[in-house]
Design a protein around this ligand. Structure first.
Ligand code: PLP
Length: 419
C-alpha cells in the first residue's frame, strides 16, 4: 500500500469516528479545503436568515421599538452571557462590543488603575510598569505602548516564557496572547496568570487565537481581564464585534478609560456626571453594532451540544494528522514546522516555514486549499474542528506537496524565531 492510500484510509476511519462530523452540515462550505478559520471563520448556515429577519422585521418594521422589544439595547451583555461558557466564565462578566484593539485599550488601562488601587486605598500607587508579549500581534503592542504613555508606565516587552523573570513589585499589568498568531504556539495561561498574581499585578489575556478552539477556563484560572475577536474560531463574520471579560471581583473597580454613555448606570438619565453601571456593562462604550452583533448571536447556535473538550481533542488530532501527512508527502528540507510538537504548547493552527510563502499560498488557493501566510516565510493552516475533516487535512498536505514539487526552492537555514 502506498503512503497515500494508507493516509487516505486513515482519514476515512478518523472521519467515521468523529463525534463532531455532523457539525459541518451547519456551515456554508464548498469543496475547497478551508483552513483559514483562524483568520475568518466560515459562515454558519442559519446566519443569513437571522440577519434578513433583523433587517426586514426588527429594523424595517419595528424600527426604534427594537431597541427594547427586540432586545437590542441589552444585546452586548446577553450575547456575552451566551459566549461565556466557551471562555469558561460564569454569567455577568462578558460584554460583546467594539473591536479587540479597543478592548485591549480599555482592559489594559483599567488593569493598571486597579493594580494601583486608584479609587480605593491607593495601595500599589508605585506600580509603573506594563509588561507586553514581545511576539504579540502588532495592534496589542501599539496599544500597550499608548496605554503606557497615558498611565506614565514603562513598557517592558518580553517573550511569554520569560515573563516571570521580568515581574516585580513595580509591575502593574501584563498583556499576553494565549496563542501566537504566527507560530500557533500556545502559552501557559494558568502558570503565567499565577506568576503575575504572585507579584500583585493584573493580567490581560488576548484570546483571539484560542476562543472556540480549546477550553480557556477564565474563571478557573483566576484571569483578571480578557479580550478577543469573534470572527475567527467563533465564526461571527467579517468585523463582528469583539468581547471583553471583566472578572466579577474587579468589576466595582473597573474604571474604563472610555466611559461612554452605554456604560452609564442610567444611560437615559442623560446626566452630565458619569456614574458607571455596577457590572460588566461598565465595559461598554457607545451604541452597539447591531447587525454584526446579531449575526454573531446567530452564529453561536452552532455550539449547541458541543463541548470545548471535544473540540480540543479533535483539533489536536487534526493538527497531529496534518503534520504526519506533511512528513509523509513533502520531501525533507522543503518546509519546517514552527508550531510546537507538544500538545500543551499547540493551539489550533500549524505554521510551516517555507520560501516564497506568498507565492506558494497563492498556488495552493488556486488548487482548492485555502490557508494564508505571514511575511516573509510562514504558511498558516488553521484547523476549525467544527467543520474541518480528516479527509480535508490529508488533501491539504497532498496538494502542498504537489505545489512544492513544481518549485525547486529549498528552505534556507532557520533564522531565530521571534516576532
Ligand atoms: C491576537 C490578535 N489580537 C488582536 C487582533 C486585532 O483585532 P481587531 O482588528 O478586531 O481589533 C487580531 C487580529 O487578527 C489578533 O490576531
Amino acid at each position: 500500500m502506498t503512503h497515500q492510500t494508507q493516509l487516505r484510509d486513515r482519514a476515512a476511519v478518523l472521519d467515521g469516528k468523529d463525534e463532531l462530523a455532523a457539525k459541518r452540515q451547519e456551515f456554508v462550505l464548498d469543496d475547497t479545503v478551508y483552513l483559514d478559520g483562524n483568520s475568518l471563520g466560515a459562515l454558519p448556515a442559519n446566519v443569513e436568515a437571522r440577519v434578513a429577519d433583523v433587517i426586514t422585521r426588527e429594523w424595517g418594521k419595528l424600527r426604534i421599538r427594537s431597541w427594547e422589544e427586540s432586545g437590542w439595547w441589552t444585546a452586548p451583555e446577553r450575547i456575552g452571557d451566551r459566549l461565556a461558557p466557551l471562555l469558561g466564565a460564569a454569567p455577568g462578566q462578558v460584554v460583546v462590543a467594539d473591536s479587540t484593539s479597543v478592548n485591549v485599550f480599555k482592559a489594559l488601562v483599567a488593569a493598571v488603575r486597579i493594580a494601583r488601587g486608584e479609587g480605593g486605598e491607593g495601595e500599589g500607587a508605585e506600580r509603573d510598569e506594563i509588561v507586553v508579549d514581545a511576539t504579540t500581534f502588532p495592534t496589542d503592542g501599539y496599544i500597550a505602548a499608548s496605554a503606557a504613555r497615558l498611565t506614565g508606565c514603562r513598557l517592558i516587552p518580553s517573550v511569554p516564557a520569560d515573563v516571570p523573570g521580568v515581574l516585580g513589585p513595580r509591575t502593574a499589568a501584563v498583556l499576553l496572547n494565549h496563542a501566537d498568531y504566527r507560530s500557533g504556539k500556545l502559552h501557559d495561561l494558568p502558570g503565567l496568570t499565577a506568576a503575575v498574581h504572585a507579584v500583585g499585578a493584573l493580567v490581560v489575556w488576548d484570546l483571539c487565537h484560542t476562543a472556540g478552539a480549546l477550553p480557556i477556563g477564565l474563571d478557573e484560572h483566576g484571569v483578571d481581564l480578557a479580550v478577543g475577536c469573534t470572527y475567527k474560531y467563533l465564526n461571527g463574520g467579517p468585523g463582528s464585534p469583539a468581547y471583553l471579560y471583566v472578572r466579577k471581583e474587579h468589576q466595582p473597580r473597573f474604571d474604563s478609560p472610555l466611559p461612554g454613555w452605554n456604560s452609564h448606570a442610567e444611560p437615559f438619565g442623560m446626566r452630565a456626571d458619569y456614574a458607571p453601571a455596577d457590572d460588566a456593562v461598565r465595559g461598554r462604550v457607545g451604541t452597539p453594532d447591531i447587525l454584526s452583533l446579531l449575526a454573531f448571536d446567530a452564529a453561536l447556535n452552532v455550539w449547541e451540544g458541543v463541548s470545548t473538550a471535544a473540540v480540543r481533542a479533535k483539533s489536536l488530532a487534526l493538527t497531529d494528522f496534518f503534520l504526519e501527512c506533511v512528513a509523509a508527502y513533502v520531501p525533507e528540507g522543503r518546509v519546517e514546522s514552527i508550531t510546537p510538537a507538544a500538545h500543551a504548547e499547540r493551539g489550533s493552527q500549524i505554521a510551516l516555514r517555507c520560501p516564497d510563502a506568498a507565492g506558494v499560498m497563492k498556488r495552493l488557493i488556486e488548487r482548492g486549499v485555502v490557508g494564508d501566510y505571514r511575511a516573509p516565510d510562514v504558511l498558516r493552516f488553521g484547523f476549525t474542528p467544527l467543520y474541518v475533516s480528516f479527509a480535508d487535512t490529508e488533501r491539504a498536505a497532498r496538494v502542498l506537496a504537489d505545489t512544492l514539487a513544481d518549485t525547486l526552492e529549498e528552505l534556507p537555514e532557520s533564522p531565530p524565531q521571534g516576532a
